[in-house]
Design a protein around this ligand. Structure first.
Ligand code: SER
Length: 320
């Protein structure tokens, strides 16, 4: 019987942590990691790894057959800021990879799919505070457009072909192990690195830009929770709103100052400010809490302390 899991985009910020967690739960050889390049040594050497271009359906199918895969986590994507620099590339990767996986599920090569959506599905006309699950959605970034169209495809494949696809709209994800690449919420990670290294950070958003955020531990937990929920409990097949905390750069800087009193911050907004302005300040995730019992654990001060401790520790280990 098929029972293995494939992570696509396993070298990335969320993919790498998800892979380690799933390997610890399911056994190293039952979780196949894949990415377009072997760019994360720690991950690549931690168990089976395949080079796959998620835009290539044949490569995906070969890997799925070779390893008896039944569950796929599709984590490969070009994020919001990079997407604005390379719109066509973002469209090609984000939509082709999803359609490939949904079609392989429709053709019964795989049984279950996780695909992440994002707060980027919302746009300037969306209510900003406690953004509801169902609301006006007019994304203005190409990344947001790919996530919105992806959500519609997920709902369509579930309704018309019975595909078991599950999705959450990630807020900004804060983590210390693997750096994110090209997102608008990445300032909330850069700030910790620079605080420790230089004692100063120049932020590319204004001090009062509130965005929904979450610690990696919570994001991984949400991902595993929705995947293990009963099929009948997953009532929303586009994507679930998911929330933990919301804060501004100024609020995050104050938390850092509690741990590093000499830390200073300056604000120099760039093109990412416009992206951030188009997104919600906070999210209403009642449906996820009701349908599959979602709960977050980390607040802003736990995140700040944990980030600083872990980064300091890994810096010390690197120096040794
Ligand atoms: N973290 C993402 C970004 O900033 C949002 O999903 O692009």
């Amino acid at each position: 019987m098929k029972s293995k899991t494939l992570i696509i985009g396993a070298c990335g910020q969320i993919g790498s942590e998800l892979t380690h967690k799933l390997r610890a739960k399911l056994g190293v050889n039952n979780v196949i990691a894949s990415d377009i390049k072997a760019r994360n040594l720690d991950l690549v050497t931690s168990g089976p790894f395949e080079i796959i271009d998620a835009k290539n359906k044949k490569q995906l199918k070969n890997c799925i057959e070779k390893h008896d895969i039944d569950t796929v986590y599709l984590m490969a994507a070009l994020l919001s800021a990079t997407g604005e620099k390379f719109p066509q590339k973002a469209w090609n990767l984000n939509t082709t990879s999803l359609l490939n996986i949904l079609n392989l599920a429709k053709e019964k090569y795989i049984k279950k799919v996780f695909w992440p959506s994002s707060i980027a599905v919302f746009g300037p006309s969306t209510p900003k505070k406690n953004t509801p699950q169902q609301t006006v959605m007019e994304p203005t970034t190409v990344y947001g457009i790919t996530k919105q169209v992806g959500e519609r495809w997920c709902a369509y494949y579930h309704k018309n072909y019975g595909v078991d696809v599950r999705s959450i709209r990630y807020p900004g994800i804060i983590s210390w192990k693997t750096l994110p690449g090209g997102g608008t919420t990445d300032y909330a990670i850069d700030i910790f690195h620079k605080a420790l290294k230089d004692g100063h950070y120049e932020c590319f958003l204004t001090e009062d830009t509130a965005l929904p955020m979450m610690y990696m531990e919570d994001a991984v937990k949400a991902t595993l929770d929705i995947m293990k929920a009963k099929n009948s409990d997953i009532k929303i097949r586009s994507s679930y709103n998911l929330s933990a905390i919301s804060f501004t750069p100024k609020q995050l800087a104050s938390e850092i100052i509690k741990n590093i009193p000499s830390f200073t911050i300056a604000y120099k907004p760039d093109f990412r400010q416009q992206i951030a302005n188009s997104w919600p300040n906070s999210i209403d995730d009642t449906a996820a809490r009701q349908d599959w019992n979602w709960k977050h654990s980390y607040d802003i001060s736990m995140i700040s302390q944990n980030m600083l401790q872990q980064l300091e520790k890994s810096e010390r280990l690197n120096v040794l």
